[in-house]
Design a protein around this ligand. Structure first.
Ligand code: CTP
Length: 402
């Protein structure tokens, strides 16, 4: 059931809009509250009156309507819900979502929301197959949106192919999959991700090449299972994952401070590539080249170990603390030693030796080191590591044995 869950349904202008009326009815039957935004083009296919009658809520269609803005501003509309469903999502609206255009209420709400988004594309198969649409889809999916459909079948122009919007029952199942109380509901999780930057002077720093992809994917996967997730990230070129509270930091000390500030949590996953050292003689002013002088010495001192600090015994220790280890040889032996040294519960050990093709590749080979022993995971896509880890966390975190 979806009792009390609030869905914002964005209906854009395609013939499949008629199926959205059925979707509203089914969502309401399941107990959801449904608010709808109709684009201008959607109103060529279905009327606001029909949508309003079925949803029992005022229909919103124009960003600049003064009464709408007074009663429910577009920011409230986009954030006062548990899920945004875009059905049908035309090629045009998908392109706006990918590029961040906000030129009407629907696209503005999609840009402003911090809630999970479910997209049900519907379009002509040539539009669907176009590389631009596929690139837009990959962008939107990469930012964390879930996609349902499209299906193959008869399309509006008496042509058949891929592009038919999923049936209301399929969209409803996807909605329930996202909104049903996940196994981590009620669980607070903290994830660190990305590199840290340690300043040498106001313009230079010591950093590393961590992309943050794995940590961000773990934060998203935990949120999808219902956890209340805070992601603390160093500088990365990734968007904030949907449905996750993201805190941006630069240095290891800032990362530690932010992490301690979020305690108590139930689960902590340290995926960040934290710099081991920071510069003790960092200059307040930009260091200048002095003609004839040797290069300045950079003095390093150790950074605090965030994983080890969070693992320290005490009242605020998370019930489950997970660290990462990238090893090139004796993977399990080194990872076990790291687990003991840091005092964490699990180590996700990664074989990054050149023969595995892990660096730069799409697949990963993981050994999960726990108190009970070593679990060897099959070689899986990097994107699946996060999901598998999140489910593994869900398996144990509601009981206490780790
Ligand atoms: N970590 C941390 N704070 C640090 C250093 C590391 O939280 N100051 C965490 C990382 O997020 C990761 C794990 O500790 O979960 C990795 O430990 P680390 O000692 O950095 O491992 P390696 O980089 O593999 O180092 P080495 O093999 O050289 O010991």
């Amino acid at each position: 059931m979806l009792d009390g869950r609030r869905v914002l349904l964005v209906i854009s202008g395609g013939i499949a809009a008629y199926k959205s009326l059925e979707l509203i009815r089914r969502l309401k039957e399941r107990g959801a509250q449904v608010r709808c935004i109709l684009t201008r083009n959607a109103q060529e296919f279905i009327t606001p009156l029909a949508v309003q009658t079925l949803s029992g809520e005022k229909v919103c269609s124009d960003t600049f309507s003064l009464t709408d803005e007074h009663e429910i501003g577009h920011i409230t509309l986009a954030r006062d819900c548990d899920l945004v469903v875009v059905a049908p999502c035309t090629a045009n609206l998908l392109a706006k979502m990918a590029t961040g255009l906000a030129d009407d209420l629907a696209s503005t709400a999609l840009l402003v929301t911090d809630k999970p988004i479910l997209v049900a594309p519907a379009m002509n198969f040539r539009m669907w197959n176009h590389p631009a649409t596929q690139a837009n889809l990959a962008t939107v999916r990469g930012r964390g949106a879930a996609i349902v459909g499209p299906n193959a079948g008869m399309l509006a122009e008496n042509e058949s192919g891929m592009g038919r919007m999923s049936e209301p029952a399929e969209i409803l199942a996807a909605v329930e999959g996202i909104l049903a109380a996940g196994p981590l509901k009620g669980i607070k999780a903290l994830v660190t991700s990305g590199p840290t930057y340690e300043p040498i002077d106001p313009v230079r720093f010591i950093g590393n090449r961590s992309s943050g992809k794995q940590g961000h994917a773990i934060a998203l996967a935990l949120a999808r299972l219902g956890a209340d997730v805070t992601l603390i990230t160093g500088p990365v070129a990734l968007p904030n994952p949907a449905g996750v509270t993201t805190i941006h930091v630069e240095t290891a000390r800032e990362m530690l401070g932010a992490a301690l500030g979020r305690l108590p949590v139930d689960v902590a996953v340290c995926a960040a590539a934290v710099a081991d050292w920071t510069v003790s003689n960092a200059s307040r002013e930009k260091r200048k080249k002095e003609p004839g002088s040797p290069p300045p010495a950079i003095e390093l001192v150790p950074n605090p170990d965030i994983l080890a600090t969070l693992s320290e015994k005490g009242g605020a220790r998370p019930r489950l603390v997970v660290g990462f280890a990238a090893e090139t040889e004796k993977v399990v032996e080194h990872a076990k030693a790291k687990r003991d040294r840091k005092g964490c519960d699990w180590i996700v050990a990664n074989d990054v030796s050149p023969a595995t093709g892990t660096f730069g590749g799409d697949f990963n080979t993981i050994s999960l080191i726990t108190a009970a022993g070593v679990e060897e995971w099959p070689r899986i896509a990097k994107a699946d590591v996060a999901e598998r880890l999140a489910w593994r966390i869900a398996d144990v975190v509601k009981g206490v044995s780790v």
